[in-house]
Design a protein around this ligand. Structure first.
Ligand code: SF4
Length: 371
């Protein structure tokens, strides 16, 4: 049984830029979440203070996921589905309400307060780094690239003897070459794509095993998104990183991710390898997402899933309030094929076809009923 403890200190071993780093077997589990839950207290504004109410926003409920070495897992859903909250929980930026986070099989909790800036938090961050959506806000405009990267190296004790050499390697690794052209620039002197590459270099400065990339390309021009995704894929392969790729763009998940998980209103609703989930979606919500995404290569989404036919009509309405989410399946008010039991019974995960690992939390796949 896993024991709860802080992350043990590890040795940082810098590798030459551009070289593949020998590492543990690709596919080995690095970070996993089990039953991850986060409810935010609703506060009411009084005359001078915010007071806590009895109500809460159920942002994330009972989420399980596994991140493996050398693999990209996409977490897909519309705004407000809770996917960014999952990333922040995994980064230990929010305390969780329930569930477990395990790094290499060991339960990890970095406590709030004094420990937040302490050694345990730093050590966890060295292994699990986050890349934020907005490269304009994530870099301090009054500091140069040299400052941002040097600070990351020093915080994580990776500066070593030759800081200039370490900076050169980081910038080369994110394909900002020649490095001397970029190292003394301020953020406003860089394009959006170059800033995001600096943010990625800063994350690599910690020598992480996991990257949590929260919509890393959604604020970039369409023309440079592919370059940043290709860079992340290259890093995954060279450094054997486990990457969580959070996006609302399910088409990019098909291109970039090995596995895709779909989230709706704080719950996971479908998962499997990316090709299967995007080409043969099972859950009615995933079908709705795919029908909403432009993808000229897409096969007819109605041909892949068993059982039953895909309805012609699309789901209507808005995502529900997470203060009082619908009972049963949270998608039932929008679902065009909802069954009577969907209003009252929460569907568990069901295997949906003969492809291993493809599942959907939907009563349509309850074999006890459909046989
Ligand atoms: Fe629709 Fe019912 Fe499946 Fe939910 S469980 S997606 S309401 S059919």
């Amino acid at each position: 049984m896993a024991t709860e403890e802080s992350v043990a200190a590890g040795e940082a071993v810098p590798a030459p830029a551009g070289a593949a780093v020998p590492g543990p077997e690709s596919g080995a589990v690095v970070l996993e979440a089990a039953g991850l839950t986060k409810h935010f207290a609703v506060r009411r504004r009084g005359r001078d203070v915010l007071t806590r109410t009895q109500r809460s926003v159920r942002a994330v409920d009972d989420v399980d996921l596994v991140l493996r070495r050398g693999r990209v897992t996409a977490l897909v859903g519309e705004s407000g589905s809770g996917k960014s909250t999952v990333a922040r929980l995994l980064a230990q930026l929010h305390p969780r309400t329930g569930g477990d986070i395990r790094l290499h099989g060991r339960s990890v909790t970095v406590k709030r307060g004094r420990d937040l800036k302490g050694r345990a938090f730093r050590e966890y961050c060295r292994r699990v780094q986050m890349i934020f959506q907005d490269p304009f806000a994530s870099l301090n405009p009054v500091h140069t690239v040299r400052y941002h990267l040097t600070r990351a190296l020093k915080i994580h004790d990776r500066a070593g003897q030759d800081v200039d050499q370490a900076l050169h390697e980081l910038l080369t690794r994110v394909q900002l070459t020649p490095p001397e052209r970029y190292v003394d620039k301020f953020p406003h002197e860089l394009s959006g794509g170059q800033r995001q590459r600096v943010a990625i270099a800063r994350a690599l400065g910690a020598d992480p095993e996991v990257l949590l990339a929260d919509e890393p390309v959604s604020m970039l021009d369409v023309s440079i998104r592919l370059g940043v995704l290709n860079l992340l894929r290259d890093l995954k392969e060279r450094l054997h990183l486990a990457i969580l790729y959070i996006t609302h763009d399910i088409a990019s998940a098909r291109y970039f991710a090995d596995e895709t998980l779909v989230m709706y209103a704080g719950r996971m609703v479908e998962g499997g390898d990316s090709e299967t989930v995007t080409q043969s979606p099972a859950h009615p919500y995933t079908r709705l997402l795919i029908e909403s995404a432009p993808d000229p290569d897409r096969l007819d989404p109605g041909t892949g899933a068993e059982p039953g036919e895909v309805p012609e009509e699309k789901g209507t309405g808005e995502p529900p309030s997470l203060i009082a989410p619908p009972s049963g399946c949270r998608f039932h008010p929008r679902c065009p094929v909802a069954l009577p039991r969907c209003e009252t019974e929460l569907p568990p995960r069901f295997e949906v076809d003969d492809r291993p690992g493809h599942w959907a939390a939907c009563w349509l796949y309850d074999s006890a009923v459909t046989r």
